[in-house]
Ligand binder design. Structure first.
Ligand SMILES: NC(=O)c1ccc[n+]([C@@H]2O[C@H](COP(=O)([O-])OP(=O)(O)OC[C@H]3O[C@@H](n4cnc5c(N)ncnc54)[C@H](OP(=O)(O)O)[C@@H]3O)[C@@H](O)[C@H]2O)c1
Length: 300
């Protein structure tokens, strides 16, 4: 293995609150890539030096070496940024599927999202731009917010606002922007109320994260008068359904790898950490008192 990130799902797995509860002992890590060091005599499509990602979830990417059958690995280009390769399997796919599978959007349509600085959020911004959609991005306010806003704009974000700015904004009310048909929710809790207020009639809100650890709070009137639709998305379930060798899986991976090679899809803001600093890295990842600064990626 070369690099593998610490994702909220890994923390949730350790805490025993994730959708997958593995039997113990268990090797952690759900995302990451390896470089082939040796192949058996019957291996046909992989050679030494190729880069691969595991085809299944909860494969255990936090390790230096693995022996795996060819059929369980997906080949990726070995000339992309290693941090992009390490973070390719989960978050870009989540962003891609949410942008493609729930609403038929036209060029120029608006996608609204919260936690826009998350790894998924950064992927949404970049992939939406590639697909021709515009993004309205919400963040929590903090020291250095202007720098963070600029970073997201550099990725292709059209509008970046803090929670407070969004609450008082006339963006959708003034008629400047058509209300969004697709809204992506990473936070849940009361923050969803403002998202729902902004939604177009018949629009869809996709919930993929619950970073506030609170239930969704949604005004009843929005269901009745606006006929909005609330759905959830889980990449793991999509992967289970589509399998390793499906056309859909390959099409998605090829599209994301092509964007990565062109430089239109970049790795989330990150910090590389050695595996032997895992205690500090996990403590930082679990610390809910601080704002998210960068994705921590183990470099083996
Ligand atoms: N459903 C799926 O298939 C799927 C796939 C991938 C990821 N996810 C989920 O998506 C979420 C983000 O994952 P990631 O890897 O992109 O995360 P990440 O890069 O670690 O970023 C975490 C994000 O959560 C925000 N956040 C943390 N606590 C918050 C709170 N109390 N209120 C509001 N925002 C808060 C952070 O904002 P601040 O900077 O303000 O702290 C940051 O934007 C996680 O819940 C993860 O499990 C789901």
């Amino acid at each position: 293995m070369v690099q593998s990130p610490i994702n909220p799902a890994d923390i949730n797995t350790i805490q025993g609150v994730y959708g997958v509860k593995p039997n113990l002992p268990f090797t952690l890590g759900n995302e990451g890539f390896g470089s082939i060091e040796e192949v058996g005599s019957e291996v046909k499509n992989l050679k030494v030096g190729d880069w691969v990602i595991p085809g299944m979830n909860a494969w255990g990417t936090w390790r230096t070496h693995a022996l795996e059958e060819e059929k369980n690995l997906l080949k990726i280009p070995n000339d992309i940024d290693p941090a992009m390769a390490a973070t390719l399997a989960v978050n870009p796919g989540t962003a891609y599927r949410m942008l493609k599978d729930f609403e038929k959007l036209n060029k120029g349509d608006i996608v609204l999202q919260n936690a826009a600085n998350s790894a998924v959020g950064q992927n949404v911004i970049q992939i939406a731009r590639q697909l021709g959609f515009r993004t309205v991005n919400i963040l929590r306010n903090r020291e250095g917010i202007d720098k963070l806003k600029q970073e997201l704009q550099d990725l292709g974000a059209d509008y970046v606002l803090t929670d407070e700015e969004f609450r008082s904004s006339k963006l959708f009310k003034s008629g400047d922007l058509a209300p969004p048909k697709l809204v992506l929710n990473c936070v849940s809790g009361k923050a969803v109320i403002e998202l729902v207020k902004a939604m177009a009639d018949n629009a869809t809100l996709v919930t993929y994260g619950g970073m506030s650890r609170q239930p969704l709070v949604v005004p009843t009137s929005a269901f009745i008068f606006k006929n909005i639709r609330l759905v959830g998305y889980w990449m793991t379930r999509w992967n289970w359904k589509h399998g390793i060798e499906s056309h859909e899986r390959r099409e998605m991976l090829d599209t994301l790898c092509a964007m990565a090679r062109q430089g239109t899809l970049r790795a989330p803001k990150h910090e590389l950490v050695p595996l032997d600093s895992y205690k500090d890295a996990l403590a930082r990842s679990c610390d809910t008192s601080r704002f998210h600064e960068a994705k921590l990626i183990f470099k083996f």
